[in-house]
Design a protein. Structure first.
Length: 238
């Protein structure tokens, strides 16, 4: 089989125009580079800092990345998006128009004879009551329906504010809680546990079991690469 790649946490749209342009350019180059060898690409959440699917509108600033993902899918690469804590309002656009599979929760899959647990990483430990209420409010169907009546320019502006609020509410618990979570999954028979969310690139080996946090695409520009021989954490250099 071809190689399997894992990325997360680009948070497109959150930084200055100059930083966004640099980040997008590097991401597009990465997607172009892996096309020849990739069999699978897993995006473990928060590719965009805010995403809302209007029926006939997509944010123009995201078009280059969306277009390249569509091109990658058309070339035969299986792309799977695992939603993160900034992926509140996804419907069927990624699946029907881009060619990606979308999962709202963790994945339990087998590749190259190894059992993988894949998730963004949010919600894997007890969260503050305010965090739980905030996320339920954002995922409420009535609130989503009401949001569709907003003009897209107003909706995107409001969405960015909600994303900033989400970051403030998402209290940092360090990174040890994800490693502890991964060790528990090892006991359940998982060979690899691959997560994101903390923006802290990490690889931990316990015999043949491996925990990887893929880091982010904002500062570290790291990703995980898996083939028949194992899995490694890498940095995309330009």
């Amino acid at each position: 089989m071809g190689k399997v790649y894992f990325i997360a946490d680009a948070h497109l749209g959150v930084e200055s125009a100059e930083r966004e342009a640099q980040k997008v350019e590097r991401l597009l180059l990465f997607l172009e580079t892996i096309r020849a060898e990739a069999a699978h690409l897993f995006i473990l959440g928060d590719l965009f800092d805010f995403w809302f699917e209007y029926r006939s509108v997509i944010p123009k600033d995201f078009y280059p990345v969306i277009s390249e993902l569509h091109r990658l899918a058309k070339s035969g690469v299986d792309i799977h998006y695992v939603c993160g804590n900034h992926d509140w309002w996804q419907r069927d656009f990624f699946h029907q128009s881009v060619g990606m599979e979308v999962s709202q929760g963790p994945l339990d899959i087998v590749l190259s004879g190894r059992r993988l647990f894949l998730a963004h990483g949010d919600g894997l430990a007890e969260r503050h009551l305010g965090d739980r209420v905030f996320n339920k409010m954002l995922r409420n169907r009535l609130n989503i329906s009401l949001f569709t009546f907003l003009h897209p320019d107003l909706g995107m502006s409001l969405g960015r504010k909600l994303s900033r609020l989400s970051r403030r509410n998402n209290r940092q618990m360090g990174t040890d809680f994800l490693l502890d979570f991964a060790k528990k999954r090892f006991l359940e028979g998982f060979d690899y546990v691959i997560l994101a969310h903390t923006h802290s690139p990490t690889i931990y080996r316990e015999g043949t079991r491996v925990y990887v946090n893929v880091g982010d695409w904002m500062k570290s520009f790291t990703y995980a690469e898996m083939d028949s021989s194992g899995i490694e954490l890498r940095q995309f250099m330009v």
